[in-house]
Design a binder for this molecule. Sequence first.
Ligand SMILES: NC(=O)c1ccc[n+]([C@@H]2O[C@H](COP(=O)([O-])OP(=O)(O)OC[C@H]3O[C@@H](n4cnc5c(N)ncnc54)[C@H](O)[C@@H]3O)[C@@H](O)[C@H]2O)c1
Ligand SMILES: O=C(O)C(=O)C[C@@H](O)[C@H](O)[C@H](O)COP(=O)(O)O
Ligand SMILES: [Zn+2]
Length: 375
Amino acid sequence: MSGPDTPTTISVGGDYDVVIGSGVLGRVADLLGADVQRVLVVHPPTLPELTSRLTGALEAQGYAVHVAEVPDAEAAKTAAVAADLWSLLGRAGFTRTDAVVGLGGGTVTDLAGFVAASWLRGVGVVQVPTTLLGMVDAAVGGKTGINTAEGKNLVGAFHPPAGVLCDVDVLSTLPQADLVAGLAEVVKCGFIADPVILDLVETAVADDAARARSAGNPHLRELIERAVRVKAEVVAADLRESSLREILNYGHTFGHAIEQVEHYTWRHGEAIGVGMVYVAELARLTGHLAGPEGDALVARHRSVLESLGLPTTYAAGRWDELLTAMRRDKKSRGSTLRLVVLEGLARPTRLVGPDDALLQAAYGLVSRRADAPAH
Ligand SMILES: NC(=O)c1ccc[n+]([C@@H]2O[C@H](COP(=O)([O-])OP(=O)(O)OC[C@H]3O[C@@H](n4cnc5c(N)ncnc54)[C@H](O)[C@@H]3O)[C@@H](O)[C@H]2O)c1
Ligand SMILES: O=C(O)C(=O)C[C@@H](O)[C@H](O)[C@H](O)COP(=O)(O)O
Ligand SMILES: [Zn+2]
């Protein structure tokens, strides 16, 4: 693990690099291909300064820079917004040697990646994630997409980026709730593959809980690098999610359902936090997690997530809507639901076609009464 001032480069299967470091934003041109002339920078309304820094640097290096501000957060991931960007690319004459840059959180990198995947059937994209969640998860791995009225990420493509640039300095302006939501995906990597992540989070919380939930978390850089390594290894082995990659979807069957039922008013990481507790309870009900060790692992889900201030419960009385949304999960096959469960720490496996009664019983274990405090 390198020190905070030396950028770390993690190769994703030898195909592209994820560069993580302090002050690396100016390196974006290094990740664009040699033939690129036109660049479209896609960004949210919340990052005017970063956007001008990035576009200024690209202009100074001779690129013809086009800029597209898109609606904030999940409102960016719509067909209408993608269509606006296609129209912009068409008017600006973008060819197959031109490129898109996604500057923002996971919503922007998902959208920018999808527009790059679909424009002329695929142009280059460099991802510059500015949230923790974007750095450790969304910008890495080439899963791109938008939502439809029927559900989350239902339209998309696998389109690996040309490179990913994670400038950890930009996290200083990220609201704490968004930083914490990103930690949910980091914790996910701890449960499915790298338990040292959980130890580091627990140590940081024990030392100073408030600091652990902020960009000042003393282990943040190592947590980012560890989570990126988990993701890089998995996607290098199975880009198109034919099997292994499904483990990155831990907690997402129930989590995505919450997001949809709540009309995207919950942060993704918050919903995934509850989704992980749900699926841990389900694993106990199905016998995948058993005995005192199983009980302790389920309890650890709650304790780690709650120590970070993440929700671990969801409102009661929404089962029918949740189940309808869960059935649209991409891991489903026909009418058979498939979920990622643990059979031990860092031992993910699949649960195929569980009884509806068990699915609902697990919901009972994470649901709270309407008069209990919201997340
Ligand atoms: N493609 C994948 O593999 C993958 C993986 C995980 C999540 N995702 C997707 O990522 C999305 C969630 O991403 P997110 O959590 O980054 O949310 P987000 O993109 O909505 O960003 C969260 C908020 O932070 C603001 N912001 C971004 N950077 C900032 C900064 N440096 N300073 C201040 N404010 C900043 C944004 O404007 C937004 O309001 C979801 O749509 C989820 O489905 C995709
Ligand atoms: O990269 C993956 O694969 C993941 O599943 C990572 C998830 O954290 C991410 O939220 C992803 O967008 C979910 O994908 P989906 O296929 O369930 O829409
Ligand atoms: Zn996710």
